[in-house]
Design a protein around this ligand. Structure first.
Ligand code: CA
Length: 427
């Protein structure tokens, strides 16, 4: 596999502003719709979208493995995700070549350029894939420790299985939404601590969870497993995930079978899928795992990612977002290879376009926690906003914005953002 598309020295003939998330070294894939147009697949470059369906129709992928099939004239990335790593790398190198400053094939063809490029501001972003399965892990030791300390016992915050199993559960795929889609406050059963019986109504403890998710490429047959050594061949790329949580609904319902309606009302994701190939330069070592993990969870190499993450909040009276937390994905205890190996060790089948979220990303410092639950410590330490307001949990009209990027030398490989506003509960 050649990764010439990752060369830090590359420059595009398309302008890329400083600190832009989408330089030529990134080339994340997304699904978008033009005004009065069909959906298509494109890559983000600078402040533009490069429409790959137009490029394919114009013959720009002649000679590649996808020459015979316009996999970009689709409303989802699943078909392309199914092609596998060698095809992804070949296509990414070709896209990179077309956009390089010294390459005139597209640059000097004004008519084709006008058809194939459009400002991101004119592209309506859609979900990147038809998501058949959604799993949410719980892979931050700091997050699991904080939650365990709050709800169980600070002395034994981690349950005994946590250091042996990448704990996870099956979430709801149909309520995954793309950035920009607002959500209604969920309603449900809750049981206040001082009440004898449960009550029904809008959640009062609505929260975000800062997560990073990966999309799978080629799947496996039912009854087979994907090993840690094979896992990277099955992972297409990553997005930011806001795994919304209604803490009061969750607290009352989760025993004994785990998260259900407190989680399944919505999960927001960022629209651009940053490929594992683009993230390759930012792999780094994760935390050491002690006690040693079982053989099927052992892995070779460094599989944490040096990915800076932040969460911002805007309110109705504070439209300019302020940062609530800042952390880094590299601290996650369980990595993506272990998560996929664990998911399939029982022989379950993974499909192209499945989404696997990391679990809330929390760092060790108080200002690096990935949820309101932890930032306000269960509501006991309200967060003070610059305009004098306070927040323990989210209120109607609040917007939550998550951003992330990997910093290279002179460029950054960014994720854009995932954003959503909370609307009042439906009557
Ligand atoms: Ca979660």
């Amino acid at each position: 596999m050649t990764l010439s598309a990752n060369d830090p020295a590359l420059k595009s003939w398309i302008p890329v502003p400083p600190n832009c998330d989408f330089p030529i070294q990134n080339l994340p894939y997304g699904v978008f719709r033009r005004r009065r147009g069909d959906a298509a697949i494109g890559v983000a470059i600078g402040e533009m979208v490069f429409d790959l369906s137009v490029a394919h129709r114009a013959g720009l992928f002649a000679g590649t493995a996808i020459a015979g099939e316009n996999v970009f004239a689709r409303d989802a990335l699943n078909d392309f995700m199914a092609k596998g790593r060698s095809v992804w790398a070949e296509v990414r190198n070709r896209i990179s070549a077309l956009l390089r400053e010294d390459h005139g094939e597209l640059r000097d063809n004004g008519e084709l350029r006008a058809q194939a490029l459009l400002p991101q501001a004119e592209a309506e972003m859609m979900l990147p894939a038809r998501i058949g399965n959604y799993t949410d892990f719980y892979s931050s030791k700091e997050h699991a420790t904080n939650v365990g300390a709050m709800f169980r016992d600070p002395e034994n915050a981690l349950l005994p299985n946590w250091v042996h199993i990448p704990v996870g559960y099956h979430g709801r795929a149909s309520s995954i939404i793309v950035s920009g889609v607002d959500i209604h406050r969920p309603k449900g059963q809750t049981k206040p601590d001082d009440a004898a019986a449960p009550v029904f109504g809008p959640s009062r403890l609505l929260d975000f969870e800062l997560e990073v998710g990966f999309f799978t490429g080629p799947g496996n047959d039912l009854g087979t497993c994907i090993s840690t050594a094979q896992a990277a061949e099955h992972i297409f790329g990553m997005v930011l995930v806001n795994d919304w949580s209604a803490r009061d609904i969750q607290k009352w319902e989760y025993v004994p079978l785990g998260p259900f309606l407190g989680k399944s009302f919505a999960t927001s994701i960022s629209p651009w899928v940053v490929t594992l190939d683009a993230l390759e330069p930012f792999r780094t070592s994760g935390p050491s795992q002690d006690p040693p993990v079982l053989p099927y969870l052992q892995f070779d190499g460094e599989w944490a990612y040096d990915l800076n993450l932040e969460v911002l909040l805007a309110t109705e009276t504070m439209p300019e977002p302020v940062r609530l937390t800042r952390t880094n994905f590299r601290h996650m205890y369980w990595n993506i290879l272990q998560q996929l190996a664990h998911q399939t060790i029982n022989g379950t089948n993974v499909q192209p376009g499945d989404l696997y979220a990391s679990g809330t990303v929390s760092g060790a410092a108080e200002d690096s926690r990935g949820s309101m639950l932890e930032l306000s410590w269960k509501g006991t330490k309200p967060i003070k906003l610059p305009n004098g307001q306070e927040r323990k949990f989210l209120q109607d009209g609040d917007s939550v914005i998550m951003r992330g990027y990997c910093q290279g030398e002179g460029y950054r490989v960014g994720f854009g953002e995932v954003r959503a506003r909370i609307l009042q509960a439906i009557d």
